[in-house]
Design a binder for this molecule. Structure first.
Ligand SMILES: O=C(O)[C@H](O)[C@@H](O)[C@H](O)[C@H](O)COP(=O)(O)O
Length: 255
């Protein structure tokens, strides 16, 4: 455990409240440049929760003008099964706080089909990902065979959940599907679709953005281990590529 903890700590940034959005914006903008130059496409996966607010510096100068937004393709690691104009919609959250303020091409924004059931929406989202793999918009991991997104922006709840993968829930172990659904989410609303761990862990880059005292125990478990109990979902985040932590002083207070 000690070794894991040490190697993880190299990629842990602990920031003052105002510094975190600045550091995150620079990180995302640098990756946008890299992937735009390398392959002319940048696939970005968003979360719900407070993540969108932490992306606020990206919609301001210099980034709003320097990023080539036309190369961005936007996905959601999880989405609540509600209409797109509902207060609980992660799409609405991202649209209001981010997507409506930058020049991302509307066709490159992959929201869920909000006319379907949870199961139908998960199947439909997976089918669309498969089409985008065929058309070479989304890469595939040569290691896992699962889709390989360029950047995933993940949040974490106080219980250590990421995406809609909650502690002790069987979905944590799903290893075949790309996208699945949950009807009994402990965090409301109960019906959601979510990427599975094999997809999350095939990512080229993951930014884990975590703030607040309520998250401090789970952050401690993730970075310094809790060998006596079952692993929390956040402890299962282990991408092929790079994992970078963006913490505030509160969430890092038990490290
Ligand atoms: O739809 C959601 O609820 C999420 O995508 C979820 O995984 C979120 O990222 C965490 O619960 C952290 O939420 P906060 O950033 O608000 O703590």
């Amino acid at each position: 455990m000690a070794e894991t903890a040490k190697s993880d700590m190299k990629n842990v940034g602990i920031y003052e409240k105002e510094e975190l959005p600045r550091a995150l914006a620079k990180y995302v903008a640098d990756l946008s440049d890299k992937f735009t130059k390398e392959k002319g496409i940048f696939t970005v996966v968003l979360s719900g929760g407070s993540m969108i607010d932490y992306m606020r510096k990206l919609v301001e100068p210099p980034y709003v003008d320097s990023i080539d937004w036309s190369k961005w393709h936007i996905f959601w690691v999880d989405e609540r099964v509600v209409p797109k104009d509902h207060e609980d919609s992660n799409y609405k959250l991202a649209y209001d706080g981010f997507l409506s303020k930058v020049a991302i091409i509307p066709d490159n924004v992959y929201a869920i089909n909000d006319t379907l059931s949870a199961e139908g929406a998960a199947d439909d989202y997976e089918a669309r990902l498969r089409d985008l793999v065929k058309s070479n918009v989304i890469a595939v991991s040569s290691v896992s065979g699962f889709p390989k997104f360029d950047l995933m922006l993940l949040g974490m709840g106080p219980d250590g959940h990421v995406a809609s993968l909650f502690p002790g829930h069987p979905l944590v172990k799903e290893n075949k599907k790309w996208v699945t659904f949950i009807k009994d989410s402990p965090k409301p609303p109960p019906e959601r679709i979510t990427f599975t761990f094999p997809v999350i862990n095939s990512s080229a880059y993951i930014a884990m953005v975590i703030t607040g005292t309520a998250e401090a125990n789970a952050v401690h478990a993730a970075l310094e281990g809790n060998e006596n109990s079952e692993k929390l979902p956040v402890q299962l985040v282990s991408p092929e590529g790079e994992l970078k932590w963006f913490l505030d002083k509160d969430s890092a207070s038990k490290l």
